[in-house]
Write a protein that binds this ligand. Structure first.
Ligand code: HEC
Length: 130
């Protein structure tokens, strides 16, 4: 091999390396930017849920309590005791109502019920302190 060919391969080598670095940089950037996006999505949901809660639920459930049936409150222990410690269970109860609790089907959209359920679970995990 003469010098020219060596230089050619050397340069090609660095170009390939640069390409690999560029691809890595893009992958790392993509990974880093996806995470906050996911976190934002769930905070948005609970933030939306908070508004729905104060407009539709707080009259009876202010601070995670229950002014009608005190034991059926929205604190973690009660939710667990009554099998209400999942998004699905809360969605079902809010949609169809139960006992003295009105049904919200037709009053709230499915996504709004989902958001308020996420908010209730989030708050119960924080013991309604935030
Ligand atoms: C008119 C008062 C009233 C309103 C408004 C109300 N609830 Fe209720 N809620 C109740 C009563 C009463 C119960 C107990 C129902 C039962 O099991 O007999 C209850 C129970 C619950 C439970 C189950 C708690 C447990 O420990 O078993 C959840 C979750 C809940 N409500 C969420 C909501 C959400 C979310 C909203 C707003 C979309 C809402 N409620 C609006 C009165 C109300």
């Amino acid at each position: 091999m003469n010098n020219g060919a060596c230089r050619y391969f050397y340069r090609r080598g660095t170009t390939v390396k640069k390409l690999i670095y560029a691809v890595f940089a893009i992958v790392i950037y993509a990974l880093l930017s996806v995470r906050p996006a996911l976190a934002d999505a769930s905070t948005d949901l609970t933030a939306q849920g908070a508004k729905i809660f104060s407009a539709n639920c707080a009259a009876c459930h202010q601070g995670g309590n229950n002014v009608v049936s005190a034991n059926k409150n929205l604190k973690a222990a009660a939710l667990k005791q009554y099998g209400m410690d999942s998004t699905d269970a809360i969605i079902t109860q809010v949609t169809n109502g139960k006992g003295a609790m009105p049904a919200f089907k037709g009053r709230l959209k499915d996504e709004e019920i989902k958001a308020v359920a996420a908010y209730v679970l989030d708050q119960s995990a924080k013991d309604w302190k935030k």
